[in-house]
Design a protein around this ligand. Structure first.
Ligand SMILES: N[C@@H](CCC(=O)N[C@@H](CS)C(=O)NCC(=O)O)C(=O)O
Length: 252
């Protein structure tokens, strides 16, 4: 299997987590946003990543990929058999992919507008050093417009994170007694708020100021990091992945 991805994409991260949880081997193709998406379009008929190539099949969309993998590799299952639990997992996954995803993306954009190191670390690995430095040097207030997060959006995100903390204080997983697609979808979006080790040394543990460094969210990020350990998603990617890139990219 081959995963076409952007280097720091929460939806691609979700697919990595599913592949790891199922113990599957795969390679990674890093796509450059913009120009690289032409190839994605030619292959899959749409331009977004993630796209998974599984033999002859090309599957776009993280949810479709997760369901495809669940159908092909049923163990360990990420979707409970019990209908009510299954429905809860699918609802939570959809919430993570929509409301949480949009809040997290906006929060990261705003943080990047204010933080030159974060800004340049988020650029695709193929970006030449000169350009990377230039973008890092652009004053944050010039970029402020692109990352404006309304106070109410931020409050909505914070409220949601608080509910996740409260829920996970009571139980180890969001639904049921084992990791499900709901946990992986939520953990994948948390990638943007505080980068896990697998994001590489420049980004690991950095994130959105006021969230990544907020003590009351610490249990949530610890839960996320523990989930990464339990599914075997490690920085070196040795357990399950080999990058096709010439650089030793920490497999994303
Ligand atoms: N619903 C899709 C969303 C995928 C998505 O938003 N991909 C973004 C990267 S995170 C993308 O390809 N953006 C480029 C574009 O829209 O042209 C999924 O779950 O995979």
């Amino acid at each position: 299997m081959e995963l076409f991805q952007f280097r720091h994409s929460a939806f691609c991260e979700k697919v990595h987590l599913v592949l790891c949880a199922k113990g599957l081997s795969y390679t990674v193709r890093d796509i450059t946003p913009g120009v690289g998406q032409v190839e994605v379009f030619q292959l899959s008929g749409q331009r977004q990543v993630p796209v998974l190539r599984d033999g002859e099949e090309l599957i776009p969309d993280s949810t479709a990929i997760a369901l495809h993998l669940e159908a092909r590799h049923s163990e360990p299952s990420l979707l409970p058999q019990e209908p009510a639990e299954r429905a809860q997992v699918l609802l939570l996954e959809d919430w993570a992919d929509t409301a949480l995803a949009s809040g997290a993306r906006l929060a990261l954009l705003q943080a990047a507008a204010e933080d030159a190191v974060l800004r340049s670390a988020l650029l695709p690995d193929a970006t030449p050093g000169v350009l990377r430095n230039l973008i890092g040097a652009v004053p944050g207030d010039l970029l402020g417009g692109m990352g404006q997060l309304l106070q109410s959006d931020r409050q909505t995100l914070i409220f949601a994170l608080e509910q996740l903390v409260a829920l996970l204080e009571q139980q180890p997983y969001l639904v049921g007694d084992r990791p499900s697609l709901a946990d992986l979808a939520v953990a994948a979006q948390l990638y943007l708020l505080r980068f896990p080790l697998v994001a590489g040394p420049q980004l690991a543990a950095r994130g959105v100021a006021g969230i990544a460094d907020q003590p009351r969210f610490e249990p949530l990020f610890q839960w996320r990091d523990e989930l990464y350990r339990s599914v075997g998603r490690f920085a070196d990617g040795i357990s399950n992945s080999a990058s096709t890139s010439a650089e030793p990219v920490p497999v994303a």
